[in-house]
Design a protein. Structure first.
Lengths: 322, 443
């Protein structure tokens, strides 16, 4: 008799794989990547390439030679980390700093916890924060070489949030409170903050492909809008408003692409909502009262710590159990 | 709640029901229902007619088995079923096609339902009727709720939510009136509850046929409800939720919320047993598969005891690309390791799947995407049950309701890391159920 396959049910599969999900995330990041290359030119392309290649290479080396378990190497997931890390760096970052960031993100934050699915913190954000603390000067130098498209004469040395952090509302108003620019591109910043529209287009793709659900970003946006709305109404001469806070810095990249990371966000809807509210609260406290101009990274990392607790506290509703 | 949306692949939906010719020999299993195997009451050398009792129930939850053919009993002994487990089979060499007296083989619709409830139940039991939706639970037990429990709604399951299967679809198209009379009989037995026929929206012809038959027959308290296409819409608990908006409590029975669910095929079997004196010896199965030529797609009226290899031969042989052959649907069916196994009352399909379609991919690492939890129609968290199974945390498993798993396969189907979630869950579910049972015994 001919050979027959025998295995327990089910006998078919949705044919959705981890790799195809990661590829979808990469596709979703492409609009913002392309816009950032257009504005920041070759140096941005270089930093993206260095970061992605180092993340993939470092993961392969660790899996193959340190763990001696090649199956721990997931190139697509490492590439996503590499892309996100680069999108959090100024385009002028020296290449070796990106390599150090990749080493920390993949080597320390991801692989030392056991690799894919095991890490407590978002590798790209932890990598970025590690670099921010280690190389504060290079990490906040937003003077970019002109790219392929020029809409203003020059790209100055500070982000909108940086201007506000340094000089408060007065400095911001001296610039004319240029909110509209950040929809397309910031006066300065990293690839991940240059174009809110490009990022939202990518996020819409993720929603359509059912890669992520909208609850975490929505609860972050809602919290940020609420808190900054209250402060802005109370004292518009001191505090920035909701639109400003939603459209500047890492708000959209962080909310849509990093706080939604499967591994480091809660599994349940309500857990995700609390996670998002926590991020929104922390980021606004840092932006208004902290010593750093931007707080998305810290907010996400702090809330990452609560994910195991949130997973224990919140479960989805079961059939036939009140 | 939960569910997945595989391609429904109803390739044989246009194929009329054909009657399979008789094979030279049949092997009738004594274990073709849930519960205790039946006990043979014939001996080697006996001549049996079609419809003659050849085995009696082996316990309270058990069923009569009748001869599907006329001929001589050649042997009674162990034989492998489709999974390779030995079961007692009665081997009958076919001689002619002589039916028992009193069986009405005409197509004439008999509408008048017997008055006596006990007589109907007796006929259903004597006819060996079991649930044909998958579990093959003896029908007379389910239709006779324990004292104090009242049936409010009989739900007739015509969802056929498993991809590929079309046998229920075909009987709803070709025998709608008989199915509805069967339902009316069951309503009577249950004391006059209402009846809802649930059909998935992807079968508009069946919905139309059942509605037309219903208005022709004019039964009160009976309606056809169109349901969303979603697997497992036809799961007993899911169907009760969809039709009655009630949920059966964990560990409870449908009758606790006033529901009795029967498959449309069971309803047809009840009709034949009660109105035609014909015991359950035939059923309809689908022979199908992707890339299988149309000439080899069939819906067959088969008799129990027919070797699967014989049916595959009649249908045109095993297709080249068939790497796995399944008895039943692709989500809950059983992979066949022994083609010499024979049809039983509940056989619903012979499904060919190609290597590409069905070969399991190597398992990766959980990325905590939550797809399994989204897909679970019981609201369980398969990723968590998997982790708890790996560390053998039986208390944690019970707390997280592993015992509620209906083994529908949605978790494994949707896992992007190809982790065999259900394999793990089945294992721990068995253990936890064992613990719960022994604890209840001690009480």
């Amino acid at each position: 008799m001919e050979k027959m396959l025998v295995s327990p049910s089910p006998h078919i599969h949705a044919k959705r794989s981890t790799t195809s999900i990661m590829v979808d995330v990469i596709i979703a990041l492409m609009p913002a990547v392309i816009v950032s290359i257009l504005f920041y030119g070759w140096s941005e392309l270089m930093i993206l390439a260095v970061s992605v290649v180092s993340c993939v290479l470092i993961e392969w080396l660790i899996a193959k030679f340190l763990f001696k378990r090649a199956e721990l190497f997931t190139p697509s997931a490492a590439a996503v980390t590499g892309l996100l890390l680069a999108m959090n760096l100024p385009s002028t970052t020296p290449w070796w700093i990106a390599v150090i960031g990749a080493l920390f993100a993949i080597g320390v934050v991801k692989m030392s916890f056991g690799g894919l699915g095991q890490n407590l913190f978002n590798p790209a954000i932890a990598g970025r924060v590690f670099l921010l603390i280690s190389f504060p000067q290079q990490m906040t130098d937003w003077t970019a070489a002109p790219g392929f498209i020029h809409t203003t004469d020059a790209i100055s040395g500070a982000t909108l949030l940086g201007v506000y952090g340094e000089g408060g509302m007065e400095a911001l108003q001296a610039l004319g409170y240029p909110l509209d620019t950040s929809l397309f591109f910031d006066i300065g910043g990293s690839a991940g903050e240059i174009s809110s529209i490009a990022l939202l287009v990518g996020f819409a793709y993720l929603l359509i492909r059912k890669v992520v659900k909208p609850w975490i970003p929505l609860s972050i946006f809602g919290t940020v809008a609420l808190i900054s709305g209250i402060f802005y109404l109370a004292d518009p001469m001191t505090f920035t408003g909701p639109a400003f806070n939603l459209l500047t810095g890492g708000m959209i990249l962080g909310s849509c692409f990093m706080a939604t990371d499967y591994v480091t966000s809660p599994m349940s809807t309500w857990g995700g909502v609390i996670f998002g509210v926590g991020i929104g609260l922390i980021v606004m406290m840092i932006r208004y009262f902290g010593s750093y101009p931007e707080g998305m990274s810290f907010a996400i990392l702090i809330m990452n710590c609560f994910v195991p607790l949130l997973n224990m506290a919140f479960h989805q509703k079961k059939y036939g159990r009140a | 709640m939960g569910g997945v949306h595989p391609n429904d692949s109803k390739l044989a939906r246009e194929c009329r029901i054909e009657t399979l010719p008789l094979p030279p020999v049949v092997y009738v299993s004594m274990a073709q229902h849930l519960g205790a195997p039946a006990k043979p009451v014939v001996t080697v050398g006996d001549f049996v007619k079609v419809g003659q009792v050849i085995a009696e129930p082996g316990g309270f939850i058990s069923a009569y088995v009748h001869s599907p053919v006329s001929g001589t009993v050649k042997s009674i002994g162990p034989r492998k079923d489709l999974a390779g487990n030995f079961q007692t089979h009665v081997e009958i060499a076919v001689e002619g096609d002589v039916w028992m007296d009193g069986i009405d083989r005409s197509d004439k619709l008999v509408k008048e339902i017997p008055e006596d409830r006990e007589e109907i139940l007796k006929k259903i039991q004597m006819g060996g009727v079991v649930g044909l939706g998958g579990a093959t639970f003896p029908a007379h037990v389910k239709l006779n709720p324990p004292a104090g429990k009242v049936a409010e709604c009989l739900i007739l399951n015509g969802t056929e939510c498993e991809p590929f299967l079309t046998s229920d679809h075909r009987i709803m198209l070709e025998r709608p009136r008989e199915i509805l009379v069967g339902a009316a009989i069951m309503q009577k037995v249950l004391g006059g509850c209402r009846c809802v026929v649930g059909i998935e929206e992807n079968k508009p012809e069946a919905i139309a046929a059942m509605r037309a038959a219903l208005s022709e027959l004019g039964f009160p308290d009976m309606s056809v409800q169109v349901l969303k296409k979603k697997y497992p819409q036809g799961g007993e608990k899911q169907l009760i939720d969809a039709v009655m908006h009630r949920q059966v409590r964990s560990g409870g029975l449908p009758i606790d919320v006033g529901a009795v669910v029967q498959n449309v095929g069971t309803s047809l079997a009840v009709y034949e047993a009660v109105q035609k004196n014909k015991p359950l010896i035939t059923n309809v199965l689908t022979v199908t598969g992707d890339d299988v030529p149309v000439s080899m797609q069939h819906n067959y009226l088969f008799r129990i005891g027919m070797p699967l290899s014989y049916i595959i031969g009649v249908a045109g042989g095993r297709p080249q690309q068939a790497a796995k052959i399944i008895s039943g649907g692709p989500m809950m069916g059983k992979a066949i390791s022994n083609l010499e196994a024979t049809t039983v009352k509940g056989t619903s399909a012979i499904l060919y799947l190609s290597e590409d379609q069905t070969r399991r991919q190597e398992a990766g690492y959980c990325i905590r995407c939550g797809r399994c939890a989204d897909a679970c129609p019981m609201g369980l968290e398969p990723f968590l049950l998997y982790r708890l199974t790996r560390v053998a945390d039986l208390d944690g498993l019970e707390k997280n309701a592993v015992q509620d798993c209906i083994e529908c396969g949605c978790c494994l189907y949707s896992c992007p890391a190809n982790i065999p979630l259900l394999d793990y869950i089945r294992q721990s579910k068995g253990q936890v159920l064992g613990i719960i049972r022994s604890r209840n015994v001690k009480k």
